[in-house]
Design a protein around this ligand. Structure first.
Ligand code: CA
Length: 413
């Protein structure tokens, strides 16, 4: 599919993130209250105002969260997307009418796009699981016996999910002491990122759903950074998995790129090393070809890319994760957020966490501007970005960024 040209000139820039082919949904505030919008070029189209003017269907665009719109279902998602595509297309008669509801993106502050009802994080990237498993248990036991049969996950905290731009405070926690010594309570020394994609569930379910149905329940995707305290994690994770190590914050990008916009970029999952049980089998190409990158911006203002990878490196798709999640009868809600798991690739430069990039801190990452990193230092800003490359255009996610602040004084002293 070629670029769909728009009368919004900045949307026709082949390097831009938000052409007419994209139309991601988000929530913004320009000082007049939070409402829904779509990104088009360098602008935000004010859906709240358009709903007031009956230019789009009444679908909850003035509520300050996308949940009501998602509740309307896939038919409405498609109807609104088609309406906007027509209104914004080159040659549309609506150009003069829409001038008042098109706001330069520099004039808005992006908000949380939806109320996160529940948050589950998976561990479904093959390279990440083998890297971490090799470090923790040796190469022969890298993958747990269940890993090639189902997407492993844990229930996270919806309360910890924050929108891109929010500062993240280095956490305190209980850390393992030196050999034979008691544990200590101290700020994390191994604070890390995890480069992930988050799937946003837009339809509820109350019992098991198939992989094909699960796919249709997904409204769209966001960039997701699962901030992780490795030293807290290493001490607490057995036998029930991560807890406080993952509870400080999880950042998401403000724009939800819809499943419809990603449709041209579908690609198959890697070859299956073990045949999946029937209820988890692929029902077609279920991943997406999305280039992803992580950049580090230390306090000195320099910036460099420290990792490049692609979402097609995942072993399990979001639809398979969602289907697996419902096998127990677990009800899923509108606004359920499913983290993909860290998306690493085969080479060192494709690793999506400092844990892997520095191989557990043993092989510091040398920075182009001088200095090195094993894990995040105070004042570092970490930014995720992503886009799918089309024919003369890109479907971009924008960025998901956060700066790490120094730990507070001992909170219990
Ligand atoms: Ca994670």
């Amino acid at each position: 599919m070629p670029l769909r040209r728009s009368w919004v000139q900045s949307a026709n820039d082949p390097g831009g993130a938000f052409p007419l082919n994209n139309l991601p949904f988000g929530v913004f505030d320009d000082g007049m209250g939070a409402r829904a919008g779509v990104a088009i070029g360098d602008n935000v189209l004010d859906l709240g105002a358009m709903e007031g003017l009956s230019m789009v269907p009444g679908a909850g665009f003035r509520t300050g969260a996308l949940n009501d719109f998602m509740a309307e279902g896939p038919g409405m998602w498609e109807r609104v997307r088609n309406t906007l595509t027509g209104l914004l297309a080159e040659g549309s008669a609506a150009e003069s009418q829409l001038a008042d509801v098109l706001i330069p993106d520099a004039m808005v502050t992006m908000q949380m796009p939806f109320a996160v009802s529940e948050y589950t994080d998976f561990y479904a990237g093959r390279h990440h699981a083998s890297n971490v498993g090799t470090m923790f248990r040796g190469a022969d036991n890298a993958l747990p016996p269940n890993w090639l049969h189902m997407p492993i996950g844990y229930n996270g905290r919806a309360s910890s999910v924050v929108v891109s731009g929010t500062d993240v405070r280095r956490p305190w926690g209980q850390l393992k002491g030196p050999k034979f010594e008691a544990p200590i309570f101290a700020p994390s020394r191994r604070f890390d990122i995890e480069l992930e994609l988050g799937a946003v569930v837009g339809q509820p379910s109350t019992g098991p759903i198939s992989v094909a149905t699960a796919d249709e329940h997904i409204f769209g995707y966001v960039l997701l950074n699962d901030w992780s305290a490795r030293d807290i994690q290493a001490w607490e994770y057995q036998p029930l998995g991560p807890f406080q190590a993952k509870a400080t914050a999880t950042s998401i990008s403000p724009w939800v790129v819809t499943r419809a916009a990603l449709e041209p970029f579908r690609c198959a999952a890697p070859e299956r090393e073990k045949e999946l049980l029937p209820h988890l089998k692929d029902v077609g190409p279920m991943l997406y070809d999305i280039d992803l990158a992580v950049s580090l911006q230390p306090e000195d203002g320099s910036e460099e890319i420290i990792s490049r990878t692609n979402y097609r490196e995942m072993y399990y798709s979001a639809a398979q994760q969602l289907a697996h999640h419902t096998t127990s009868g677990c009800p899923m809600r509108i606004g359920d957020l499913l983290g993909s798991g860290t998306i690493s690739g085969p080479e060192r430069e494709n690793r999506g966490s400092f844990l892997e990039l520095s191989w557990g801190g043993k092989e510091p990452l040398e920075l182009a501007q001088g200095g090195s990193r094993t894990f995040i230092e105070d004042g570092d800003r970490l930014t995720l970005s992503g886009s799918a490359q089309g024919d003369g255009y890109r479907v971009g996610f924008g960025t998901c960024t956060g700066r790490v602040l120094a730990a507070l004084e001992d909170p219990f002293a």
